[in-house]
Design a protein around this ligand. Structure first.
Ligand code: ARG
Length: 290
């Protein structure tokens, strides 16, 4: 395992220069065939990047999803539960971490194009996504909620007939909403960023949002007029780390994820970010506070 890891790390390290240098370039796959040598003279210090011997891993995320990931207004940095998990795992495995923000919808394509090494974005491991990417074990559970305003008088899915329901483009909520819409006759409005969707709701341009309880909680705390109810979803919910198909990172990441859980550190992170009891592993799904 170490050898494989090391080899992966080497190729990641070699492509680091390309990735780190520019915001948008980086056509080179981080884990693809790396050039065998470089023009630069070898010095004793390995290259600029590597405090972690493995080089740098690029994490893709969609930083519109507190407490999983969001942009800290003070520092401008991407912070959150997912970022802390990524920091722990990459540090343990000897990599530097670089976090790239993009629309949720672009995450899997970015991985397929080799622009990111893994995705931590509260992403649910669905059968459909499994055709294109690999997933770690589930590290946190979630449920679907309809979030709406109190004065809309919506208290069940049936009440949505003829109305507009917002979802994040490319999320499983998009598919879930479309299935529900067929049955209950509402319009699905797809937008890229959660704050944008929330804005539409507060401005009265849509009537409800289908989103995850874990993320709705923060918005509901901030906005008194919001109310919600749970919607059963057919697919499995919860979040896992996504990797390019066949990535050698899956196994070591799973090992470290397990360590994180077993050591109790995961519970600390959950308390810190969700202010909730741990609900990792088995989908006991009763950990919601009243
Ligand atoms: N869990 C849902 C999904 O996988 C939504 C995730 C959205 N994540 C985000 N960072 N905006 O489709």
């Amino acid at each position: 395992m170490n050898k494989k890891l090391w080899m992966f790390g080497l190729s990641a390290a070699l492509s680091f220069g390309i990735l780190a240098g520019c915001g948008t370039g980086g056509e080179e796959a981080p884990s693809g065939d790396a050039p065998t040598d470089s023009e630069e003279p070898q010095t004793e210090e390995p290259a600029e990047a590597t405090e972690g011997e493995g080089g740098t891993l690029v994490m893709g995320t969609s930083a519109d999803y507190p407490p999983y990931e969001s942009i800290d207004t003070q520092s401008g940095e991407i912070v959150g539960f997912d970022v802390d998990i990524a920091k722990y795992i990459t540090e343990e495995l000897g990599y530097e971490l670089q976090v790239e923000d993009m629309d949720f919808n672009g995450l899997i394509p970015a991985m397929e194009a080799g622009r990111v090494d893994f995705v931590l974005a509260g992403m649910t491991p669905t059968e459909e996504r499994l055709e294109n990417v690999d997933f770690s074990d589930i590290y946190y559970d979630a449920k679907n909620l309809i979030v709406t305003t109190e004065d809309a008088g919506i208290s069940a899915v049936e009440d949505l007939a003829g109305l507009k329901v917002g979802v994040q483009l490319g999320s499983i909520q998009e598919g879930d909403a479309e299935a529900l819409a067929e049955e209950h006759g509402f319009e699905v409005v797809k937008l890229n960023r959660i704050p944008e969707i929330m804005q539409e709701l507060l401005a009265g341009r849509i009537d409800a949002i289908l989103m995850e309880d874990t993320v709705a909680a923060g918005h509901m705390e901030a906005q008194d007029q919001l109310v919600s109810f749970e919607v059963e979803s057919e697919e499995e919910m919860g979040s896992a780390i996504a990797f390019p198909k066949g990535s050698e990172l899956v196994e070591p990441f799973n090992e470290k994820l397990n360590e994180l859980i077993e050591s109790g550190k995961m519970d600390e992170l959950i308390l810190q970010w969700f202010d909730a009891e741990g609900e990792v592993e088995d989908a006991d799904a009763e950990a919601e506070q009243e």
